[in-house]
Design a binder for this molecule. Structure first.
Ligand code: MG
Length: 298
């Protein structure tokens, strides 16, 4: 996932309008997009809808207070890891302890200093990103794994919906991979997977997210990209990959592999990542049925 500030949406929660404005001003000036909520209930709804990268929350608020908001997020799988900072006037040691025990990453008291808030925000976001990158990596190819792809696609879909941006996903796999393994052995199959991962990594653009979906399947998330543009990119990848000669070590002529790819462009009828991935998957199935070694837009 990208670490650019402009892609890291921050949710600020406080029932005092002036404080909310101050936080919003500071973060916006530092380059972060910011959304706001006046209490825990409103925040909870926004978090589910917008998937912010970080929550900065007051504690004392009407309705759902900050402690309750934090523990509710921590108890749900989809939001259990979301970075969370308390920013509160409650400044006793017991308050801070309770805040940290609730599951906050940091506790800052009011009145706060702008630079301290920004330093905390940056550190918490960076550490979270490193943690996610290290734990969500595929062992063989070192690409992001399926869990990372799901999480990232969920975020990207929320972003595409919020800003009405293009977004496409590609599901691709190696044609007849089972027979590649059966004929040349699994070590050779691994070599093909590693090589394919490397080739695709070079071909995709900086903002694209390429990961190993499982087995011989790869998923690519292409933000700001229409289905047709994704197809052009994949067509280039398909040709490059078919041209790579693999030496199976037997001394006979080199082996080549081909890929098939299915593409789905996000639309507002896609309510979950399963909807979008499902359409890419069906397009891939059609590519297989049509004879493989091709790209199909669903
Ligand atoms: Mg308050």
């Amino acid at each position: 996932m990208t670490s650019k500030k402009e892609n890291q949406l921050i949710l600020a929660v406080d029932d005092t309008p002036n404080i909310l404005k101050a936080i919003q001003y500071i973060l916006t000036k530092a380059g972060y997009p910011v959304i706001t909520a006046r209490d825990g209930d409103e925040a909870f709804i926004l978090i589910r809808k917008e998937r912010p990268a970080l929550v900065i929350s007051d504690i004392m608020m009407p309705g759902l207070d900050g402690y309750e908001l934090c523990s509710r997020l921590r108890s749900k799988e989809a939001t259990s890891l979301i970075p969370f900072i308390f920013l509160s006037a409650k400044d006793t040691v017991d308050d801070r302890i309770k805040g940290i025990q609730t599951g906050a990453d940091a506790y800052l008291t009011k009145p706060f200093h702008r630079d301290e808030l920004l330093a905390l925000v940056e550190t918490v976001l960076t550490r979270h990103r490193i943690y996610i990158e290290q734990t969500m990596k595929d062992g063989l190819t070192a690409l992001p794994n399926r869990a990372y792809l799901f999480k990232t696609l969920d975020n990207e879909m929320a972003r595409a919906r919020r800003y009405r941006r293009d977004l496409s996903v590609v599901m691709l796999d190696i044609d007849h991979f089972k027979s590649v393994n059966d004929t040349y052995g699994h070590l050779f199959g691994d070599k093909v997977l590693i090589n394919l991962a490397g080739t695709l990594s070079k071909e995709v653009r900086r903002q694209d997210i390429l990961g190993r979906y499982g087995g011989e399947e790869f998923l690519i998330i292409l933000p700001e990209t229409t289905g047709d543009a994704a197809a052009a990119l994949m067509e280039r990848c398909r040709r490059k990959i078919a041209d790579i000669p693999y030496d199976d070590g037997s001394g006979s002529s080199p082996v080549s592999v081909t890929i098939s790819a299915g593409i789905a462009e996000f639309n507002t009828d896609d309510h979950s990542i399963e909807d979008l991935i499902g359409r890419a998957d069906r397009a891939l199935y059609r590519a297989k049925e049509n004879g493989r070694d091709q790209v199909v837009v669903g």
